[in-house]
Ligand binder design. Structure first.
Ligand SMILES: [Zn+2]
Length: 466
């Protein structure tokens, strides 16, 4: 551990907390201790935090005061996290319709941040969160980064869209946090042409970061540029991906180009949810201290572990604008077993991304988005070298499912003159997974990216009601 890390962790961060009225260092300390809890102790911690939040909602939040009255519930009815099921699901539509009533009467007592969910996956939704929720988010990130041997105070180079890289005109307190505490150099992934990529590359090489962080697909586009141009890279310790699903082939590409491990994280600022891979990489450890996560069907009924459903969260840190049982919009499942690393938190299996961006077969089974690129490899095998050679001829892809459930695969090749027949096996792979759907393969000159710079690999008009 470097001297800067020690100074940063034990002096600069607590000092910044004091100056800005935040409390990340304290929360980080609490989270590090919570990691050592045994048996049901972590659940007890959650329950007591939940009871406190429920009492607050009952006394101070008009929306919940009315709801509890209608349902004839009092705070005493909420002893354990299972009791949350007595409440209905909070949807984005309800938040939009009851925005004013969701504000706590004493919202002025809290330091708050205003946020909005992205519009790319539906109508944007405004929300407010207490600074405590934000503290918990960073504390859980810092805790997980230490699992990978990466420490606060080591340099980070971030490539991402608006949620990671905000463009502010004048320097703010947040800029000081970014540059001095986080040592985070941020670049926007919105532009992806060669000129922008070269500028990113030069900034990256000059900065010599210890970690590379960003949207998985933005980092992959960067990696492909480096590989295509045979550029040398400076050694980095770790790659931290967030903000979208990490495809298995993305992980391979990043690890090949940057010669270090990739660790994935999942988070949704609106829901106060965070989950991070540990060093064993067998799923995503929930930050249970900050959030109670349930996996439910559409009606809000809890699903058994192992079954994929809607991610529903209760943010234990947001007192200004509380969300109880909020449906984030992503789908995921909880693993049946705890992780072998011994940490007490429950583990999310794959997060399947936004519910509206999921493809279903005609039998109604969702196809994991991570399967979509895997099915572009012969025999679905991405460990075979020869298969990789063919796959690597694809520059970008997009899978579209139409209203009838039929599948159109669009491929943009690196070299347009490549014979098309060599990709025909892809049709069989997709037909096997989408039984009963017509599948077609089309070669196109361009597949536009989303405005954030993320790849738009999956488009669905097919509504399968679960
Ligand atoms: Zn683990």
């Amino acid at each position: 551990m470097s001297l800067y890390t020690l100074i940063d962790k034990h002096l600069l961060l607590p000092l910044a907390d004091r100056l800005t009225g935040r409390g990340i260092a304290r929360e980080w300390q609490l989270m590090t201790e919570a990691e050592k809890l045994k048996g049901s102790q972590l659940e007890q911690l959650q329950n007591s935090r939940m009871q406190r939040l429920i009492l607050h909602c009952y006394n101070k939040v008009p929306y919940y005061r009315n709801l509890f009255r209608q349902l004839n519930l009092t705070p005493n009815d909420f002893q354990t996290r299972e009791d949350l099921q007595k409440l209905p699901i909070l949807t984005k539509q309800i938040v939009r319709d009851h925005f004013e009533e969701l504000k706590a009467d004493n919202i002025g007592d809290y330091k708050v941040l205003h946020g909005s969910t992205g519009g790319s996956t539906g109508t944007p939704m405004q929300f407010i969160k207490s600074i405590e929720s934000w503290n918990m988010q960073w504390a859980s990130n810092f805790r997980a980064w230490e699992w990978y041997g990466f420490h606060l105070g080591e340099k980070i180079f971030t490539l991402g869209g608006n949620s990671l890289v905000k463009k502010d005109k004048s320097p703010t307190k947040k800029d000081i946090f970014d540059t001095v505490i986080m040592r985070n150099l941020k670049r926007s992934s919105a532009e992806v042409d060669d000129e922008a990529m070269q500028a990113h590359y030069e900034a990256f090489m000059k900065y010599k970061p210890h970690a590379l962080r960003g949207y998985a697909s933005s980092l992959v586009i960067f990696a492909r540029y480096i590989e295509k141009n045979n550029l040398p890279v400076c050694p980095i310790k770790v790659i931290l991906t967030t903000g979208e699903m990490l495809m298995p082939d993305y992980r391979l590409t990043l690890e090949r180009v940057f010669r270090c491990k990739v660790y994935d994280g999942y988070g949704a600022g609106d829901g106060g949810i965070g989950a991070m891979e540990c060093e064993l990489q067998q799923g995503l450890h929930l930050s249970e201290e900050r959030c109670i996560v349930e996996i439910t069907d559409k009606s809000g009924k809890l699903l058994p572990d192992g079954e994929t459903g809607f991610v529903v969260t209760t943010d234990l840190g947001n007192y200004a604008f509380p969300f109880l049982r909020y449906q984030v919009g992503d789908m995921a499942y909880l693993q049946k077993e705890k992780c072998a690393c011994g940490r007490p938190s429950r583990v999310l299996g794959q997060v399947m991304g936004r519910a509206g961006r999921l493809l279903y077969n005609k039998q109604g089974v969702p196809i994991s988005p991570t399967m979509l690129p895997i099915m572009l490899y012969r025999n679905n095998d991405y460990h075979n070298e020869e298969n990789c050679v063919i796959y690597n001829k694809i520059d970008r892809f997009q899978i579209r499912q139409d209203k009838e459930g039929d599948i159109r695969i669009f491929l943009m090749l690196k070299d347009k003159s490549e014979p098309h027949e060599q990709f025909e096996y892809i049709l069989d792979n997709y037909r096997n997974h989408f039984k009963g759907s017509a599948v077609s393969l089309e070669f196109v000159d361009n597949i536009p990216l989303l405005p954030s710079g993320k790849e738009d690999y999956c488009v669905s008009e097919y509504k399968f009601e679960k």
